[in-house]
Design a protein around this ligand. Sequence first.
Ligand code: SF4
Length: 390
Amino acid sequence: MQLIVKLLYPIADLIVLVFVWADRLIQSWRVSKTGYANSRVRNMVNTMGYMSHAYHGTLPNIRKWLKDRPALFPTVLQVQTINRCNAACEFCPYPYTIHLQEKRIMDDALYSKIVDECVQEKDLHDFVPMSKNEPLLDLKMEQRVAEFKAKAQPHQMVELVTNGSALTPTRAQRLMEAGVDLITVSLNASNEATYNRVMVGLSWKQVMGNLESLSKMDLSMVNVYLRFVVDQTNRRELRIFHKRWKHFNLFQFNVNNRAGTVRNYEKMVMKYNDLLSRLRRIGGSRLYPVCPYVFSLMHILENGDVPMCSNDWADREVLGNLHSQSIREIYNSPRMNEIRELMAQGRFEEIEACRECSFYHDWMKSPLAPNKDDWRTNLQPAPRGQVEPV
Ligand code: SF4
């Protein structure tokens, strides 16, 4: 088995090389129907364009660090300006994690401090004022986007990921005027019945109305994506989803367990046979030898805390706080580098969050290791029906 895997590595490397080269070649010909006049996002088309953008944006830090261990600055930064969402989606830990905290909004001085450091750093490409929340519940969002864009370097872009319920024509217009480059609407269904089951607490009619209005606006400067997280309950609707939404770019990916914090993940996870799972890990570990979440991404909570990984909704490790430290300081702290070193040595399972994480088990774990099939966690049930109206 070990020999077969060793033989497959060069083949996987060749496939990755051809894939990356071909992607580079067609990149300039790939022009989006939304955001086509905006050089930061015009080449992002559908799932391939989104993944290509994420891959090329996160890989340089990984390569640099594995070669020389230099100080890093995140290439993608997520900022939680409010710790609230108005939904309880089936694949999201919000109801039994963040929702249990008291409501808080990031203070303006802290937000400005973050912006001021980011705009000095050329490695920062994607600024995302959203993390583990519904960003449009922050009524200052347009102002925050405008503040970043007024100071940003030309290559630095702003992305918002929203459930679309508060993306009314007025707010969409204001966000575009503020300079948002990329809006991703998390939809995850193609009919009302599925939507009500998956996106608990939201109104299909309200979101459809907002999307219809958005499709009639001038979207030359903003790229709009609709997102579909595939799981066992909605996977049959993917084809209709692709047929129905011609106005926007579409992006799909499989549900993940958010470092072991998603309840009932075992019922939702897409199933693959043993061989395919191992082949995925061979390909995944050649694309990403270590996890980009700690080499290229960072997220900051509304109180200034910086947990190790935005995928871990339990915030198991907090590495610093922006009230008293800088982004650069925290991102190059001894513990952050220790985590990177563990990953470089393949010792993911010595990091508490990674040990539970489906991203690690599905894509980066050694293909010789057994598949993980028990995803159960000890987290408590969600307090249903306690979500806030928009
Ligand atoms: S493997 Fe670790 S760092 Fe990467 S996403 Fe999972 S928990 Fe985060």
